[in-house]
Design a protein around this ligand. Sequence first.
Ligand code: MIC
Ligand code: SF4
Length: 641
Amino acid sequence: MGQNLAQKILSTHLVSGEMSLGKEIAIRIDQTLTQDATGTMAYLQFEAMGIPKVRTKLSVSYVDHNTLQSGFENADDHLFLQSVASKYGIYFSKPGNGICHQVNLERFGVPGRTLLGSDSHTPTGGGLGMIAIGAGGLDVAVAMGGGPFYLTMPEIVLVKLIGKLRPWVSAKDVILELLKRLTVKGGVKKIIEYGGPGAKSLSVPERATITNMGAELGATTSIFPSDDVTLEFLKAQKRESDWQRLEADPDATYDHTIEIDLSTLEPLAAQPHSPDNICAVSKLVGTKVHQVVIGSCTNSSYKDMMTVAGMLKGKTVHPEVSLGIAPGSRQVLEMIARNGALADMVKAGARILETACGPCIGMGQAPPSDGVTVRTFNRNFLGRSGTKSGMVYLVSPEVAAAAAITGVFTDPRTLGTPPAVDVPKEFLIDDSMVLPPSYEPDSVKVIRGPNIKPLPLNKPLPDSLEGQILLKVEDNITTDHIMPAGAKILPLRSNIPAISEHVFEVVDASFAQRAKASSGGFIVGGENYGQGSSREHAALAPMYLGIKFVLTKSFARIHQANLINFGIIPLSFEKPEDYSRLEQGDRLKIENVRQAIKSNQPLVIQNLTQKTSIKAIYSLSERQREIILQGGLLNYTKNNQ
Ligand code: MIC
Ligand code: SF4
């Protein structure tokens, strides 16, 4: 029987396990990437493993999140990252070189390879035909050390694209359409494989916009075939030799198939505060817009920038709109600077931002109170922009630029002919901001400023757990709720004692204090708990505060893995209706927890306050149960060396 594309790559990288639905498999990782906000921890963890040099084909450390240096913290982190990279065989992409996913796509991605990244949008690499997966920093550290990556074999869903996008409709609208149909939970435990004749009409950066935002579907990853379009892109990046043709066999089968006729799509927007709250832009026409920001790893390619510049040329940004533009990489920035497009943006009144994540992660450009901000990004979770009352809409570059000019939501289809953008046959290649590792690693000293604090370790799981439900939350809680980012908190990523003060701050400002006062406790959540970012700080900081288990209706994949990695038990209700029987503040107790976990039995949770008991279940492999018993993956890795 023929194989689909995902099966082909997974099977050539399979280290252990059986590739059947729901079974744990381990795959070999060819490439890793980290960014600075998750990288500091990942490298502290890598150092703790005592391995002299990375064992991957390629590992790259990017600095793109924390580039706002409002104090010594970020600058200290950058020096630590640069020196660690040099010492351990890792390439270092300097701040200013661009957003990790954009640069990795341009310069390093290779069809058919596996990529593990400590960032949830790592699946951007699927645009080049890679199996590219986002994970917590510790999983990436293990992969850098040559260890395999464990995942539960997902369903493989074919999204069959037919037809061709009409003028003013773009790749962003394809993924927004899927979010409309499937919601932010729709991709959980799934790989989304794109195919069909319509796929051929999309360039690699357009494909990458789509695979990037597969993260918002909760998908394990998303992938496009490697075909003539891929070859053309790699040729233009002078990396033709990295190409190979990779497509699903004609008789390949899938767990499900979804069809999208590209020619029926229209410009869409994700409304506040969730990427799946989709409506047609035509329904929003006339709504006043205060701010527009164009960029992020979703929409900052050369073509995106040229389209925006073409729309702005000869126009002026509306007087009541602030327009920010952050090109995704230095390659893109230099090219638009040389061809004059940047000048068109500046002339129109755009505020040009650094080639970095910037406003996407709340590093600057917070919108005004109650302000409507229209962004080409991938996430619009409550408070992420830096303004809790900000109303963030996610759209294509075309819709964003139209709003910047008119000051209101505008259907770009009413603006005449879209600018014609020729994607060059050759991109401008200059890798001088990617520093290779040292040839004399022994002589490299790792620089640790005061912001680099040692890694907290967990203790083995005790035999009985008792404590309070410190917080009870609803469905779809994101890691931005659990461990907020933004200009004030992000610089503390390498300082767990300091960052843990901010856990759940946007939900309940007293959480950290209450957790400390009662020496830890438990959290109760709804469906899809922990969706969004890969930040392991959303597990590590609660662990530091003494959280022993999280009991929910269901978990998002990366967060569940991070909880296990730090020894927090991810429990689910045996009967989902038990969710409503628990109250914040209830005192809970589980006895003989070690024995139950060893023998893979459900746990009986006694509610001492209500004098009732409920059952909690979990779905953990034998290896994961061992990790929990030993108090996390670092202990487990050390004990098993
Ligand atoms: C994000 O988009 O939320 C981030 C910031 O890139 C995160 C990583 C992080 O929290 O450092 C992600 O998506 O994984
Ligand atoms: Fe950076 Fe935003 Fe992309 Fe995350 S989603 S990697 S913060 S640009």
